[in-house]
Design a protein around this ligand. Structure first.
Ligand code: SF4
Length: 391
């Protein structure tokens, strides 16, 4: 196996080629269900993979033990994922990063140094999502798999993208249905059933049909359309938004409290935005919309999802959304800035906002109490506004 080496997409020459394509065993950090589409993509290209276990207390303990105290929570879990994957035979670690004035840019170097000091030998491949459009991404996958079969690329990317879209579709339907369902737990059952089907789908045709079939199937769930359901935007830092272990399954908690969650970062939309050449965009992207709406409060992006947090909150206030829940890891620089600006946005735009900071010390009881109190306020405010309209 080769010594640790970092590959930046535009500098392939730095990649360690002493690991032959047949011997490469690829792993990547866990975050929500990105394992399903990535697995389909890499297996189609003929790669061998190791999927680290989903994030858990055990992973967190491992990450905390091997990280410096002040580093953000996503890093600690990513590091634990790498350790678990290396222990299970992985020798090529994939990492996604985006530029910005936050610590994400240092993740790879720090993780590489730590893993090396622990005695692991591996190759690290970094996908810089904002620098790398489709062409560079294809090149990177070629470097990792040495696959030269165009059909396999077509199949892999079609399966991957369609599975990303299908998971997001199922999640959106779950968020809408859960607070309205007549039989408690039914939407969740449908969602889990579809996750399994999405994972098992192995034909391009089948993957392309997934969204339509999911929409049709969810219509079978009996719902109460007249129920008063407040709509809450869920926004904040990327990793905590997308990983249910880290955010303590906040979407389910809110749904069970009778709230429709609209998470502002959906993986497929984000991926499409960063990979698709801007030429193919006919409509304004989510990020562009955020920059436009945030203008009054934040002049430029400062890293992480700070500008999205502000832009989405202003958008929510101006489009009849009942409240905003902002989640962030402890010590996350961009989100600390947003958190401070959010109190001004909340006052001036007249929208209730709750900021929740998450780290390894976050206890469930206090977390739920704060959410319940906030939802209580949102519900009372909604019914007051409704009464006012009726007068
Ligand atoms: S956005 Fe925040 S949590 Fe994420 S890497 Fe940057 S500083 Fe860490």
């Amino acid at each position: 196996m080769a010594n640790a080496e970092v590959l930046q997409l535009n500098r392939f020459s730095r990649m360690d080629d002493t690991i032959s394509a047949e011997n490469r065993i690829i792993a990547w950090p866990r975050m929500g269900r990105i394992d399903i589409p990535l697995k389909a993509l890499l297996l189609s290209l003929g790669a061998k993979i190791v999927i680290p276990p989903a994030n858990s207390n055990k992973a967190l303990e491992l990450g905390v033990k091997n990280s410096i105290e002040g580093i953000c929570l996503p890093y600690k879990l990513n590091l634990a994922n790498y350790i678990m994957a290396l222990e299970n035979g992985a020798n090529t670690l994939m990492m996604f990063q985006a530029p910005g004035s936050c610590r994400l840019g240092n993740y790879t170097k720090m993780a590489q140094k730590t893993l090396k000091s622990m005695g692991y030998k591996f190759d690290m491949v970094v996908f810089d999502m904002y620098k790398s459009k489709m062409k560079q991404t294809l090149q990177a996958f070629w470097h990792v798999t040495r696959c030269i079969n165009p059909w396999r690329y077509y199949k892999g990317f079609s399966l991957g993208f369609n599975k990303f879209f299908a998971i997001d579709e199922a999640e959106k339907l779950l968020f809408y249905t859960r607070p309205r369902e007549i039989h408690k737990g039914e939407a969740e059952k449908y969602y889990n059933k579809w996750l399994k089907i999405i994972d098992e789908t192995n034909s391009v045709w089948g993957a392309k049909q997934l969204c339509r079939k999911i929409r049709k199937d969810f219509k079978k769930i009996a719902i109460d359309k007249n129920r008063s359901v407040p709509v809450v935007y869920l926004l904040g830092e990327f990793f905590v938004l997308l990983d249910p272990y880290v955010n303590q399954n906040i979407e389910k908690k809110l749904g069970d409290m009778g709230v429709e969650v609209r998470r502002q970062i959906m993986f497929s939309e984000w991926l499409e935005h960063v990979l698709k050449p801007s030429l193919f965009y006919r409509k304004e992207s989510h990020r562009e919309r955020c920059v436009r709406y945030a203008k009054k409060y934040m002049k430029r992006a400062i890293g992480g999802e700070a500008i999205e947090t502000i832009g989405d909150t202003v958008y929510a206030a101006r489009h009849g959304v009942d409240g905003v829940i902002h989640i962030m890891p402890f010590s996350c620089m961009p989100e600390i800035v947003s958190q401070n600006i959010l109190s001004k946005v909340s006052k001036e735009e007249n929208i209730p906002v709750l900021s929740l900071v998450l780290d390894e010390q976050t206890g469930e009881a206090g977390y739920i109490t704060r959410i319940e109190a906030f939802i209580d306020l949102v519900k009372r405010r909604k019914s007051k506004l409704k009464k006012k309209k009726e007068i």
